[in-house]
Design a protein around this ligand. Sequence first.
Ligand SMILES: NC(=O)c1ccc[n+]([C@@H]2O[C@H](COP(=O)([O-])OP(=O)(O)OC[C@H]3O[C@@H](n4cnc5c(N)ncnc54)[C@H](O)[C@@H]3O)[C@@H](O)[C@H]2O)c1
Length: 324
Amino acid sequence: MILVTGGAGYIGGVTAELLLNRGEGVVILDNLSRGHRLGLLNKVPFYQGDIGDRALVKRITSEHQIEACIHFAALAYVGESVSDPAHYFRNNVEQGIALLDSLREAGVNFLVFSSTCATYGEPQKVPISESHPQHPTNPYGWTKLFMERIMESYDHAYDLKFVALRYFNACGAAGDLGEDHDPETHLVPNVLKAAQGKLTHVSVFGNEYATPDGTAIRDYIHVSDLADAHIRALNHLRSGGQSERINLGNGHGYSVLEVIETARHVTGKAIEVKFEPPRAGDPTRLVADASYAKAVLGWQPQYGELAQILKTDWDWRLNHPEGS
Ligand SMILES: NC(=O)c1ccc[n+]([C@@H]2O[C@H](COP(=O)([O-])OP(=O)(O)OC[C@H]3O[C@@H](n4cnc5c(N)ncnc54)[C@H](O)[C@@H]3O)[C@@H](O)[C@H]2O)c1
């Protein structure tokens, strides 16, 4: 059985579904602080609680033969982490350590971890490879980098084998699962909410960056491609692979205005834009060098085109007007 923490959330939910479709056993642990009571939770053993609740994790590992953990559960709003860092360090790091210890006590030595391109901070060189220096510009990024370093020490001392997957911008929908956060801070869902008429406009933060149209450039990766990479990472560990840190992105950068223009084309809707001042700590350009994921995991994204990715989210919104 695979323990999926944060399986009631966006990326965890899509990955848990894919695991089930590939014949894997799944147990979900989520405190529902941010996730949803997805239909998925009726299909698998679901435990509502904190990853830092040692008694609960002990119960899960005694009730199920847990072979590995895919650990998505975390708080993930950059702005919130700046205004309330204590909450982020407690939830993501303090509870994260408790989870690692509970797994260790239960003899679970394989972990796939949701890390982020936010661990790199302001890039010195683009595209960003895994050897790029890591110096986050916000507490959220630090929580993920701390967890990477803690897992490295646990590998050295206790033989924990892990794969830290550093995602760039996750987006798109898979089946009944789409991106539905509250509040929503990500660009793609907000652009499509504006197309739906749920938002009056899209706020664009900064139009004087050193890019061709002045707006920031990001690498967008479909959630199903992320899910597939997690299962590949799991299989890498199962076959005796070493601990790894791996970027997951498409390797193409799109500016904010390019995303909006593509969304206008995909949806056929007018989308109004309002320019606002840039947000502190928002880098100009974040684009992955994802060649290592291909080399180590044999991973190749299936959704390479932004329009294709946006269409999956748009179709999901049309079929699920109330969200997840
Ligand atoms: N969405 C992105 O673009 C992106 C990019 C890089 C990294 N990540 C990371 O991927 C992971 C999943 O992101 P997401 O967008 O699916 O987020 P999400 O908020 O949709 O899902 C996270 C889930 O974790 C649960 N959770 C949080 N803290 C918990 C705790 N202490 N105990 C138990 N459950 C807890 C929440 O209830 C939620 O269901 C996160 O770790 C995030 O940092 C996301």
